[in-house]
Design a protein around this ligand. Structure first.
Ligand code: NAG
Ligand code: NAG
Ligand code: NAG
Ligand code: NAG
Ligand code: NAG
Length: 420
């Protein structure tokens, strides 16, 4: 109920008097669709809450590995300055040699199930979701349903792309009002896009799809592909974006890619990028260097031996939010093409980076594996802390709005806060 109200009042707030009649028509239309899908949406909200709670526990599981793994590389010398890494090799150059398409060239999604290993012993012992993943693993690209080639027209300094799902329209709305607002800061052009697949529930699909099309009609910031939005398909979202970027964004300098429930400080990101502008192959985030594949079956990130049998993952940045430069993204597209899909999207991207022999940079101002473990710690509610961060994970829309207001008020912070 509450989120519909705020969506409508937000629309009303943006319209000029001249457009009032059209606004009324739009609002009535929105309201009609909202009422039609009310039950469905409520179910979606409950699910996302459960997802949120279990997600927190599982992220702690990933975070514990980080705490044991490598404490020493987290000391930063100067505030934004990061550790310099090895330069990449000619491998990346080789992978970007071939000329790609100039528009999205996938028009058919009739990818058939691969059954020839379904009788093998290791396969029959797997959980259902892994079976499904493996049966469709070879289906790499799907048609595009909503496209915005114009987003990258001209020079773009920072393209912010946010993974979202159809039912989380309230998160998208809050992001547009806060850190995702398209603007020019100190002459730097910032653009925003949301990345979506299709609804995983047949019944929901029709109504939600109409709402989404309307949302895109108003804001023009949604990229949607014709694959089901599911946890294992996040890897598809990753490669679809990289391919899309390689086709349309030749003059885009940097990319921020993240979840729809993070707090992002765009001024800090710009400051960081300014300091790092001489770095080649920039890839920075909340990096885990010696994470182990998780073998506990009840964990969301569980991976059976049959799928990955090494003891460690390559270094990878938490998918909640990271920064990379445009040329590297194009090389990553080529590098990922050489690999089989892996069900965990951020680990998969780490594997692509490994192909390029690029080591991601870890920066303490990215908190994508959750905040400090002690929930009562004042850092979790301290605006000066948020003011010094680049990316902080998990904030639901009302908390994000509150923190945004605090951080952008006349808040006086003596200095950028220490991260440790
Ligand atoms: C799938 O699409 C391809 C090309 O679009 C076509 O040649 C093929 O017959 C289709 N297969 C099925 C099973 O529809
Ligand atoms: C499955 O079939 C493909 C060709 O259709 C073949 O290349 C592959 O080796 C087969 N895999 C198994 C496990 O039999
Ligand atoms: C990923 O999306 C495709 C296309 O919608 C679907 O066939 C497949 O089952 C999905 N895979 C998983 C693991 O959800
Ligand atoms: C690990 O997997 C690779 C390829 O799937 C295989 O060649 C190798 O024998 C496996 N190693 C072990 C220890 O199972
Ligand atoms: C958590 O932090 C609070 C305040 O900083 C402190 O009083 C409390 O003892 C801490 N709890 C744990 C388990 O460390």
């Amino acid at each position: 109920g509450g989120s519909h109200f705020s969506l409508l009042s937000f629309f009303a707030y943006r319209m000029t008097a001249r457009e009032r009649w059209r606004v009324y028509k739009r609002i009535s239309f929105m309201f009609f669709l909202a009422v039609v899908t009310l039950t469905v949406l409520q179910r979606g909200n409950i699910m996302s809450m459960q997802d949120f709670q279990s997600g927190r526990i599982e992220r702690q599981a990933r975070m514990e590995l980080m705490a044991e793994g490598d404490k020493k590389d987290s000391i930063s010398v100067n505030f934004w300055k990061s550790v310099q890494r090895v330069e990449s090799t000619t491998e990346g150059a080789r992978l970007t040699q071939k000329q790609g398409p100039t528009m999205w060239d996938v028009t058919s999604s009739n990818c058939s199930v691969k059954l020839n290993f379904s009788s093998l012993e290791w396969f029959t012992g797997l959980e259902a979701n892994f079976k499904q993943f493996l049966l469709y693993r070879h289906c790499r690209y799907f048609p595009i349903l909503m496209n915005h080639p114009e987003k990258c027209a001209g020079d773009v300094d920072l393209l912010m792309v946010i993974k979202s799902v159809i039912t989380q329209y309230d998160r998208r709305e809050v992001i547009r009002q806060t850190w995702g607002k398209e603007q020019v800061i100190d002459g730097k052009r910032i653009k925003t896009l949301f990345l979506l697949g299709t609804s995983s529930n047949e019944g929901e699909r029709a109504n939600h799809q109409k709402l989404l099309e309307y949302e895109d009609y108003i804001y023009g910031d949604i990229l949607q592909w014709d694959f089901m939005d599911s946890f294992f398909n996040l890897t598809l979202k990753e490669i679809h974006f990289l391919k899309w970027f390689s086709i349309y964004c030749g003059n885009t300098r940097y990319i921020f890619k993240g979840d729809d429930d993070v707090f992002v400080s765009v001024p800090n990101i710009l400051e960081y990028l300014e300091v790092s502008k001489d770095l080649k192959d920039l890839f920075v985030g909340d990096v885990l260097f010696k994470a182990k594949p998780i073998r506990k079956k009840q964990n969301k990130y569980y991976i059976p031996q049959a799928l990955y049998n090494k003891t460690l993952y390559p270094p990878y940045a938490g998918g909640g939010g990271f920064l990379m430069d445009g040329p590297l993204a194009r090389k990553l597209y080529g590098a990922c093409e050489t690999l089989k899909l892996y069900p965990i999207d951020d680990v998969f991207l780490g594997m692509c980076l490994e192909v390029l022999q690029v080591t991601p940079i870890r920066h303490n101002a990215f908190k994508t594996f959750g905040l400090v473990k002690n929930k009562t710690s004042r850092l979790n509610r301290e605006p000066c802390f948020f003011k010094s961060m680049l990316v902080v994970h998990k904030l639901l829309p009302p908390d994000l709005i509150d923190m945004w207001k605090l951080v952008n008020s006349d808040l006086i912070c003596s200095q950028k806060m220490d991260f440790l």
